[in-house]
Design a protein around this ligand. Structure first.
Ligand code: AMP
Length: 280
């Protein structure tokens, strides 16, 4: 496995491989790797000849400077994990390697896809995120990009960006990996204290009750019931819960076509912000 900081070096290595017909899978991450990330590497390994994983905490997608400062960084153990997972290239660029300046952002209108949920509560987050992913795609030119359904709105926005710029990359969505108690794996889980960690599985448990609740209550009543249930635990505070159309990400007002609904939630445990979602 090669760890590469310079984009030109990575590009040249990949061009060499491509001329011999090898396919490239790409997994972008912000590091602090856990089994969720490694499931994407595994998926990429299974369908591509070579796998590139990027580790880069992208400042342009953080709307909260404290969140950026506190983001866990564990580069050495990340590299060991990727080596064990048979990853081929790890790309660890610096800011200057990727960006001209802080205002070097992609020219794309995400308006309807970022109007609610993460887009509403983290203004600018998705523009920063698609900017860095587009930069990675331009450097790596992967055949396939692998993204977790854990970040459901992100996955939908990446698919939109790819179709908007007509990029020749297939976007593969991968299921959320969870702890045994249901908590979705997240790099931010490492920041939870004991009480918060014990409370956090309630998020997934409450979401799991939604399907049944929706048979008896209106969408708004269901959202209120879930919010109350979670907020009753003093460690947790719901920021939003939304039930949206899977493709358009617009809120659904009536629960009828079950196949196209997704429930998405953001919850604070102290200062730690956790997100999750389930198919309905
Ligand atoms: P991050 O490092 O948080 O930016 O995540 C990098 C990639 O891993 C994104 O595509 C995430 O959606 C994905 N990911 C994060 N957590 C999980 C999880 N628990 N299960 C599956 N994929 C995940």
């Amino acid at each position: 496995m090669l760890v590469i900081e310079k984009k030109n070096k990575l590009r040249n290595k990949l061009l060499e491989a491509k001329t011999t017909g090898k396919t490239i899978g790409f997994v972008p991450t912000m590091g602090a790797l856990h089994s969720g990330h490694l499931s994407l590497i595994e998926r990429a390994k299974a369908s591509c000849d070579l796998v590139v994983c990027s580790i880069y905490v992208n400042p342009t997608q953080f709307n909260n400077p404290d969140d950026f400062e506190n983001y866990p960084q564990t580069l050495k153990t990340d590299i060991d994990k990727l080596d064990l997972a048979n990853c081929d290239f790890v790309f660890t660029p610096t800011f200057d390697e990727l960006y001209e300046s802080k205002s070097d952002l992609l020219d794309i209108d995400l308006s309807s896809l970022e109007k609610n949920m993460e887009g509403e509560y983290r203004p600018g987050h998705f523009l920063g995120m698609v900017t860095v992913v587009k930069k990675f795609f331009d450097i790596i030119e992967p055949d396939k990009g692998f993204f977790g359904e854990k970040d459901f709105q992100q996955l939908a926005i990446i698919k939109y960006m790819v179709s908007y710029f007509q990029l020749p990359v297939e976007i593969v969505g991968c299921p959320t990996v969870r702890e045994n108690d249901g908590l979705a794996l997240s790099s931010r889980n490492a920041l939870l204290n004991k009480e918060q960690r014990e409370a956090a599985p309630l998020i997934y448990k409450a979401l799991g009750e939604l399907k049944n609740l929706l048979l008896k209550h209106t969408i708004q009543e269901c959202k209120d019931l879930i919010t109350d249930q979670i907020n009753q635990n003093k460690e947790l505070g719901v920021e939003y819960i939304e039930i949206v159309n899977t493709k358009t990400l617009q809120p659904i007002t009536e629960y009828s076509d079950q196949k196209i609904c997704r429930a998405c939630i953001a919850v604070y445990a102290g200062n730690v912000r956790l997100i999750d979602n389930i198919a309905l």
